[in-house]
Design a protein around this ligand. Structure first.
Ligand code: NAD
Ligand code: FES
Length: 294
């Protein structure tokens, strides 16, 4: 059966195409997996910076994951995730042909992409999956684009070609010096701030990285946008789970963000809130590992 809505141009949607079937899977590093999933309605409207919530069925957690790529023609979205807790370990056991019970999205506000001049986009570790579409969008808007990709070591460097391709300048750093420059993304950023006029910095990665990127740009007065990954439950502004304080005001990451002015974020409170379910998450992960895979 074909579904066709003249107003929305939803031709060629079949019940099968609307099931969230995994059409491609790639292990990007020992801990990072990429899944391309059939989700035609999301693929048509997702913009850089937005996320989806993935649900794996009865008893499963709802996992917020940024859309790192979308193909409206194929009707697919790509998510990249780190196998770190029970739910992401379980998601990592899914293979091509498996169906994901539910995907909701796109959620959150798209990244505000305008022509501002010279933009530095920083992706730290798994955050590179989010930085990549944002970098592409800043380049497409006519900015001079500089990208920095940071990882702990060479085997954790992901999406290098996709961060390099749209950029006028591209840098890789590794903490242990096994690839690119030895050091942190902030070392490279400081050199750039000292050597040329930077108009905007966009950073996404682990919380300490985003906090220290903001500390690095502050003396230079360069606007710095960060993409936060607060704990989320419903993803629609109803539960309060993703509350962050920005500029002294409570904000919900899922509907007011995920992008915020990094200089205004209360990083210490966010770090505390992210650890809120640490014990429960640890227990769930141990149970999952003890019980074997899906
Ligand atoms: P990681 O620990 O390997 O760090 C990646 C890079 O970030 C490092 O190589 C370094 O260059 C930089 N960095 C880290 N700490 C820094 C500091 N104190 N100062 C300056 N630079 C620093 O990253 P990972 O293991 O891939 O990240 C995992 C974390 O990222 C998870 O805790 C997850 O919550 C978070 N994460 C955040 C987002 C988001 O939307 N912000 C998305 C995915 C994952
Ligand atoms: Fe519930 Fe944002 S996840 S308010």
């Amino acid at each position: 059966m074909n579904t066709h809505c003249e107003n929305c141009n939803l031709a060629n949607l079949t019940p099968d195409s609307l099931r969230n079937v995994i059409v491609a899977k790639e292990e990007l590093s020992p801990v990072l997996t990429s899944l391309e999933i059939s989700a035609p309605l999301i693929a048509r409207s997702a913009k850089a910076g937005q996320f989806v919530i993935v649900y794996m069925g009865e008893g499963g957690e709802r996992i917020p994951l940024t859309v790192s790529d979308s193909d409206p023609e194929k009707g697919t979205v790509t998510i990249i995730f780190q196998k770190v807790g029970k739910s992401t370990l379980e998601l990592g056991t899914y293979n091509v042909g498996d169906v994901i019970e539910g995907i909701v999205g796109p959620l959150g506000k798209p990244t505000d992409v305008e022509k501002v001049g010279t933009v530095v986009v920083i992706g730290g570790g798994v955050g590179t999956a989010i930085a990549m579409p944002v970098a592409k969008a800043f380049a497409a808007s006519g900015n001079k684009l500089i990208t920095i990709l940071g990882a702990r070591s060479k085997d954790l460097v992901i999406l290098e070609d996709k961060m390099r391709e749209p950029a006028d300048e591209f840098y890789v750093t590794t903490d242990d010096g096994s690839y690119g420059r030895k050091g942190l993304v902030t070392d490279q950023l400081k050199d750039l701030l000292d050597s040329q006029k930077i108009d905007l910095v966009f950073a996404v990665g682990p919380l300490p990285m985003m906090k220290f990127v903001c500390k690095t740009t502050k003396p230079y007065n360069v606007p710095t946008i960060v993409s936060l990954d607060a704990l989320m439950i419903d993803g629609t502004g109803m539960c309060g789970g993703c509350r962050v304080t920005v500029g002294g005001k409570p904000m919900f990451t899922c509907v007011d963000g995920p992008d915020f002015d990094g200089q205004e974020v209360d990083w210490d409170e966010l770090a505390l809130r992210k650890r809120y379910y640490f014990e429960e998450e640890k227990e769930a992960k141990e149970k999952f590992l003890a019980g074997g895979n899906k």
